[in-house]
Design a protein. Structure first.
Length: 715
């Protein structure tokens, strides 16, 4: 057959060298095939179809790990053990070390492991002796010991794998596994000319600084140590970036010892993964002056694909209409429908304008959030309300909207449209648009069911897909109003405009006043008394300035100019007071500070969780914020009752509160570990070291009590 193929090649005019190479090509490798247990399937595969004398043959152990199970990296982290390989090779052949792919971070309760799930290749270079005789067929055998673990148990699985390959001269052809093996070789950590130092600070925590051209422009980094026990793997690595490199603040482990010591491992960044050794010494300059650096894992969307995230976002936006923080604008939207009920073209125009305002606002908010995270900022949903300046500004905006609705001043299609939107007179399309923007501004403190998974997915999807999730969320929020505005039958059932609308307009001012007061309360929780006094002064100046503007509208001639000038002077004081309040230092609170609910609680920290579980006690964690309306409703309805307190005591559980009212990178990192981008998040940790149970975002007393009872009933 080989002679026949060669004859045909010559007849077709193929080049002689090509024909000669074709004649010398060996048979394809003969594999013994994959071996498996119920947890893992493994196979010995090759990058090349044959072994070439004097070269390096790249073999790989291919693992196909069952869902819910995982194996481990060279440093397994807080538990587990690495995969080990024992080779039986032909005479003269030698096996090198495993080329370890970059591991995944696998959090199990308060433990952090490093390992692999799904399909993974472990390449190993095999030195082929120069005197290997072409034409021989050689069998390579490896005994692979895998420690395969789930959240509940670990099983050592040992499999013997075989692969038979021929020896032949010339460049070898690729096998079907070659692309996957090459991908591992190209992306696995590699040495680089990176200078690294480790310095131990006054707080006892070592700081790793690294500089080099490979680190220019990095926005994400994480350090995987080669040796276990030197650092606390589960602790948050606080990162900062600089003009020439980066800095990571680590938490020492039990084996770190006093003083600073060298650390070797993998520095994983968004520019690549590099093997480094950080020697003790002073921190390197140019490593931390430009701001925060993200240390979150670039995971998938937690099993939520883009299509699913869009559906969840749409459903979450629809439910957001029923959340209390949207009520003031929701009421104005309903009144606006009534005002345009018997003018179908205007109703449709206003509906589309409102939709556009909502979508533009969500798009801007999503782009800002994603941009800040790409720049290394640990932000999530509602991040803008963590800023006292933004919270104070929204409070003053709500006050201005309320004063407009109360008739203190009139701006026609100006501020009246911005506040009332649908209450504006015909032609107020811009007002409907700005009402949509306002709806998004006041909706930020609320989180509806399905939103958490959708926003968690948005944070790890590519940015065009992530912005699509935010647009779907906005579409859900605006959809009921748009649907009614395009339904003549429903519009015809609404009453005609009349005097009742002016009375309704005045009534709707009070939800806006309530929103303003609530936001001032949030500012009070975020700032000290001096900053709160400045915000209250800004509110007084806002009310005075708008009242003077209203008088200017009623006056004529010189009176109008005088009132207008006085109004401008009063309103100029507003940004001055807000900026001054934002510049004041945040109040400090010790561990004894009051927490967010009536239950006896302690402040959250990873160390507090670990300490409680080390004492054999389960842990209930409440991640909350004063600006989160959903959080406050849950705390009042489900986390403050005697029944819940009794269930906590019966389960022997510790109640911890993570307060995200002001920015806290440790809480942001913990939220991200559980696929969340904002609060509320409720975690119930068992005492035995298992993974935490995530409770629903909308809690009831019965839900919490049953969860605690189920935990107490576990053997």
């Amino acid at each position: 057959m080989l002679r026949l193929l060669l004859t045909l090649s010559l007849i077709l005019g193929l080049a002689v060298p090509a024909a000669a190479q074709d004649a010398a090509a060996p048979d394809l490798p003969v594999r013994a095939g994959p071996q498996s247990t119920v947890r893992i399937e493994a196979e010995l595969v090759s990058l090349s179809a044959w072994a070439t004398p004097g070269s390096t043959l790249m073999l790989a152990v291919r693992q196909d790990i069952a869902p819910g199970w995982h194996t481990y990296w060279r440093n397994p982290g807080d538990s587990g053990g690495p995969t080990t390989l024992a080779w039986r090779l032909p005479a003269g052949f030698g096996a090198g070390d495993i080329i370890w792919p970059l591991p995944e971070r696998q959090r199990l309760g308060d433990l952090m492991n490093y390992g692999y799930s799904g399909v993974v290749y472990l390449p190993v270079p095999i030195a082929v002796p120069a005197d290997a005789a072409p034409g021989r067929r050689l069998t390579f055998t490896v005994s692979a010991l895998f420690l395969v673990c789930s959240a509940e148990m670990c099983v050592p699985d040992e499999l013997t794998l075989n692969l038979t390959l021929p020896v032949a001269a010339g460049a070898a052809a690729d096998t079907t596994h070659a692309p996957a093996i090459r991908r591992v070789l190209e992306t696995s950590p590699r040495p680089a000319p990176i200078q690294a130092r480790v310095t131990r600070g006054e707080d006892g925590r070592p700081t790793l600084t690294a500089t080099g051209p490979e680190l220019d422009g990095v926005t994400r980094a994480y350090f995987f140590p080669f040796e276990g026990g030197l650092i606390d793997h589960a602790a948050v690595q606080a990162g900062r970036r600089g003009a020439q490199g980066l800095a990571l603040t680590l938490t020492p482990g039990r084996g770190y010892g006093p003083g600073a010591r060298a650390l070797s491992g993998v520095l994983d960044t968004d520019r690549g993964a590099y093997e480094i050794t950080a020697d003790p010494g002073p921190a390197l300059t140019g490593a931390s002056e430009r701001g925060a650096l993200s240390t979150e894992a670039p995971t998938s969307a937690g099993g939520v694909g883009w299509a699913a995230a869009l559906g969840l976002a749409l459903a979450g936006g629809l439910i957001l209409n029923l959340m209390p923080c949207v009520f003031p604008v929701l009421a104005m939207k309903a009144a606006g429908l009534a005002s345009a009920a018997h003018d179908a073209p205007r109703a449709r125009r206003d509906g589309l304008a409102f939709l556009a305002g909502v979508l533009v606002a969500f798009l801007a908010l999503g782009a800002l959030m994603l941009g800040l995270r790409a720049a290394g900022q640990a932000v999530g949903w509602g991040f803008q309300l963590q800023s006292p300046a933004v919270t104070a500004s929204l409070s003053l905006l709500s006050l201005g909207v309320g004063l407009n609705l109360s008739g203190v001043f009139q701006l026609g299609t100006g501020l009246q449209s911005a506040a009332g939107g649908p209450l504006a007179r015909p032609g107020g399309t811009a007002g409907a648009f700005l009402t949509g923007v306002l709806a998004v501004a006041v909706a930020a403190p609320c989180t509806a069911p399905f939103m958490a998974a959708a926003l968690g997915a948005a944070l790890v999807l590519p940015w065009p897909a992530a912005l699509g999730v935010f647009l779907a969320l906005g579409l859900g929020l605006a959809l009921p109003y748009v649907a009614v505005s395009f339904s003549p039958g429903l519009l015809a059932r609404l009453p005609r405009p009349g005097v009742w609308m002016e009375r309704l307009k005045g009534l709707l001012a009070f939800p806006m006043y309530g929103t303003a007061l609530w936001l001032v309360w949030v500012v009070a929780a975020q700032t000290g008394p001096e900053a709160l006094a400045l915000v209250l002064a800004a509110g007084l100046a806002t009310a005075l300035g708008l009242w003077l503007y209203g008088r200017a509208q009623e006056a004529g001639g010189r009176g109008r100019a005088a009132f207008g000038l006085a109004a401008a002077l009063a309103l100029l004081l507003v940004p001055v007071a807000v900026v001054a309040a934002a510049r004041l230092p945040a109040p400090t609170a010790g561990p004894e500070a009051a927490t967010a609910s009536a239950l006896a609680s302690q402040p959250w920290s990873p160390q507090a969780v670990a300490a409680a579980r080390a004492d054999g006690r389960p842990v209930l964690v409440n991640f909350t914020a004063d600006w989160c309306v959903t959080c406050k409703l849950n705390e009042r309805a489900a986390l403050s009752s005697p029944r819940v307190a009794a269930a906590l005591e019966a389960a022997g559980a510790v109640y911890l509160v993570g307060d995200w009212t002001r920015r806290d990178d440790a809480i942001a990192a913990e939220l991200a570990l559980h696929g969340r981008s904002g609060v509320p998040l409720y975690l119930l940790y068992p005492a035995d070291g298992g993974a935490p149970r995530i409770l629903p975002q909308l809690l009831t007393e019965g839900t919490v009590v049953r969860a605690l009872q189920d935990l107490a009933a576990r053997p």
